[in-house]
Design a protein around this ligand. Structure first.
Ligand code: ARG
Ligand code: ASP
Length: 727
């Protein structure tokens, strides 16, 4: 028996079937589930068919999934359009309704009835009607001999033809996107609802429990969820906000399982992953690990330290900077984990091994050799050539685009002055009004020039010392005109003589007639500095970067095609591109480092363990501690009488998958995806089933908070709660 098994294994391996080592890699296109994944999913425990997950003919799980605001995922969990997503996905909506009297961030928010649900202008929920392969039509007339420009314009014409010919129902829209690096195209038919109201959110000390310290970390205890509701007109169609709108009646809503998860249980995540890069060559990965990530990390390191100490010294600063800090810290921490993970799993070595296999196959086949023989050496040259430009691009973006706050404002002022010069007064006035209401009003509310000046000094020094290709010329020129070598003197000069750093002087400036205002803007030292830095960037970096990058993209397209050609038995999935994908895996712990083993489920007990009185990250609300003391858990505890909080699985996810449902073998909701474990954040380049884990909130914790903590029983009543394991 063993012998037979072994020979079957050897056979499978030798024909390149990947399922043996499978444990979660892949963000699969729903329309190919039947042909590529169904058998494996069922083998892993799924009790549904591919058609139950995605169908264009009948109601399926897909009909309960929405792209939430274009940046997260949400799912429908009642027949009245109730929508579940993450707390961090709905955060800015909750914040926008928050006032000092009604502090929904701090205290949470629960609409007592439909009429208390809060309107959110601009927020949308997009359903996917169907996805179709239109590669043939999209690439009609495209040949290898074309320049990139000719190729793109042929494709653009083809896409326009496809769109024109498409038969769409009322309210349907058609998007066409490239997949597999532009080797294939798919059209996506969507319907978008624009009246999406806030229904409920737990207090921040539950929804964001553990904040930045626990972000990207397992074991985790965050109740990262919030509730919205989609509204429609009386015909259940999309409609702009109106009092007459009614709750949307979905084609399908997800039942919620009260039976929870055990290790090895099948899990399916259905959502909208944003961006991954799984088919990069080893040269690109080394550049990320050795050059680009360290630069970005060190810049944010400096900035975050300065902001952190200011936040700790002053509670008012803490409030002003909390959200900005979280945003900067999120990817800072992710990059650190990513680089560590690539090193720990020999991500570069593994790519090199794949490349060696690839080269062997290519060299053994004349046709391949002609078409694909130079791909890898071309990559080597191209990545070497782009390196200084890519580095300066990241440097410029991080220092001047992101971390020094006032530079963003100064850049807007450059655009404003350009508007006047290029398009005249009317456009200037329009742009100015928009800038004030959409940017500056919010900016000054949370701005402390004295903190930003410190960040400026630290980062401009780094920029000056690491600059290549004369990108620091404007800094050097300014230093010498001020007859100093001290960055403090330079910063002081700019901050003290500019009208941009203070709301009053800025609004006085913008309040003048356009001509006078523009004259003064152009005389402002921060305007001049911003203008010089950005022209240095466009002259020295931008053009060259995009030329080399164009070559890389072309080569990457060929490499993708080559991989599919050379390894015909391997199932490929396209990189994430904010389109609907299925990823499946199982509930599973992992070993993050020597002698440490993680189990896959956390409990309310762990929240109580982490409690620190009055700490802004770890203070547990008294009410939650009381429920714990009384063991008042209702139907939400497990067999052992404990309330599960979060669990991890081997599902392959990325940014944008936040808010995605975790679905069990039968199609019920068991959890809500919101993060990944730190050791495995390199899954964006190199998924490794030994350490890549997605983090989900257990559905029972969500229900427990809604019911027992918030007392919003009416919301539980509209859901469909089930016991799949008992049945
Ligand atoms: N790391 C998660 C994601 O990338 C959650 C981020 C929100 N939480 C935070 N503390 N910044 O979106
Ligand atoms: N936290 C991410 C999101 O907001 C998910 C992830 O990167 O795993 O989409």
């Amino acid at each position: 028996m063993k012998k037979i098994l072994r020979s079957v294994l050897v056979l499978l391996i030798s024909i390149g079937v990947t399922s043996i080592s499978f444990a979660g890699e892949g963000m699969w296109l729903p329309l190919f589930l039947k042909s590529l994944n169904e058998a494996e999913m069922q083998e892993m425990g799924m009790r549904m068919t591919a058609e139950d997950v995605y169908s264009v003919n009948k109601g399926s799980l897909k009909d309960a999934i929405v792209h939430f605001g274009g940046f997260c995922t949400g799912e429908i969990i009642s027949d009245q359009g109730l929508l579940l997503t993450n707390h961090h996905c709905g955060y800015s909506q909750v914040q926008s309704h928050t006032t000092l009297e009604n502090n929904y961030i701090k205290d949470g928010f629960w609409a007592a009835s439909h009429k208390h649900e809060l309107q959110n202008p601009g927020l949308f929920a997009k359903f996917i009607v169907r996805i179709d392969d239109v590669s043939k039509q999209a690439l009609k007339g495209v040949s290898d001999k074309m320049t990139e420009k000719e190729r793109q314009s042929t494709i653009d014409k083809n896409l326009a033809t496809i769109k024109k010919a498409a038969k769409l129902d009322k309210f349907q829209e058609l998007e066409i996107k490239p997949f597999f690096k532009g080797n294939q195209y798919f059209s996506i038919t969507t319907v978008t609802y624009n009246d999406v109201r806030l229904v409920g959110a737990p207090p921040e000390m539950i929804g964001k429990f553990g904040a930045d310290t626990d972000n990207w970390v397992w074991p985790r205890h965050t109740g990262d969820f919030s509730l919205f509701r989609i509204y429609a007109n009386e015909n259940n169609e999309p409609a702009e906000y109106s009092e007459n709108n009614v709750p949307y009646k979905p084609k399908h809503h997800l039942p919620i399982s009260l039976d929870g998860v055990s290790p090895d249980d099948f899990t399916l995540i259905f959502g909208f992953p944003g961006r991954t890069n799984e088919y990069l060559p080893s040269d690109a990965i080394s550049q990320i690990v050795d050059v680009l990530n360290p630069a970005k990390i060190s810049i944010r390191d400096r900035a975050l330290k300065i902001v952190d100490s200011a936040m700790r010294a002053d509670p008012a600063v803490k409030i002003q900077y909390a959200s900005k800090f979280a945003r900067i810290a999120n990817y800072w921490k992710k990059w650190i984990g990513e680089s560590k993970g690539i090193k720990a799993t020999d991500g570069i070595g593994r790519k090199e091994k794949l490349e060696a296999d690839f080269t062997k196959k290519v060299n053994g086949n004349k046709k391949f050799k002609v078409k694909y023989g130079s791909i890898l050496s071309d990559f080597k040259t191209q990545y070497k050539e782009i390196e200084p430009y890519a580095l300066m691009r990241d440097y410029h973006g991080e220092v001047l685009g992101r971390n020094i706050e006032i530079m963003r404002s100064a850049n807007y002022m450059v655009s404003l002055a350009d508007r006047y010069k290029d398009n005249g007064e009317e456009e200037y006035n329009q742009f100015k009004d928009r800038l004030i209401s959409r940017y500056f009003d919010g900016f000054y509310k949370n701005y402390r020039p004295e903190i930003d000046q410190k960040v400026f000094v630290a980062l401009i020094e780094m920029y000056d010392q690491n600059a290549k290709m004369e990108m620091n010329q404007p800094i050097q020129a300014l230093l010498s005109s001020l007859k100093t070598k001290d960055y403090n003197v330079l910063a002081k000069h700019l901050f003290e003589n500019s009208k941009f750093t203070d709301q009053e002087s800025m609004y006085a400036l913008l309040g003048q007639n356009p001509k006078t205002a523009v004259t003064q803007i152009m005389a402002d030292p921060l305007y001049q500095f911003a203008k010089e830095m950005s022209s240095a960037y466009s002259n020295n970096i931008a053009e060259k970067y995009s030329a080399i990058n164009g070559e890389i993209e072309k080569n990457q397209r060929l490499y993708m095609k080559a991989l599919m050609d050379v390894f015909p038995d391997k199932a490929f999935y396209p990189d994430a591109n904010s389109t609907l994908r299925v990823t499946y895996g199982k509930v599973d712990g992992y070993t993050p480092r020597d002698a440490v083993e993680y189990t896959p489920v956390t409990y309310l007990d762990g929240i109580i363990e982490k409690h620190v009185e009055d700490d802004y990250e770890f203070h547990v609300p008294a009410r939650l501690r009381k429920l714990y003391d009384l063991k008042d858990y209702g139907q939400y505890a497990d067999k052992n009488g404990k309330v599960p909080v979060c669990f991890i699985g081997t599902n392959h996810t990325t940014g944008g998958n936040s808010g995605s449902p975790a679905i069990d073998a039968y199609g019920n909701l068991i959890g809500l995806n919101f993060d990944r474990a730190w050791e495995g954040t390199m899954s964006d380049y190199n998924y490794d089933s030994s350490i890549c884990r997605n983090i989900m909130v257990d559905a029972r914790y969500i229900l427990f908070i809604i019911d027992k903590y918030a007392g919003a029983r009416h919301l539980i009543d509209e859901m469909t709660l089930v016991h799949p394991k008992e049945d």
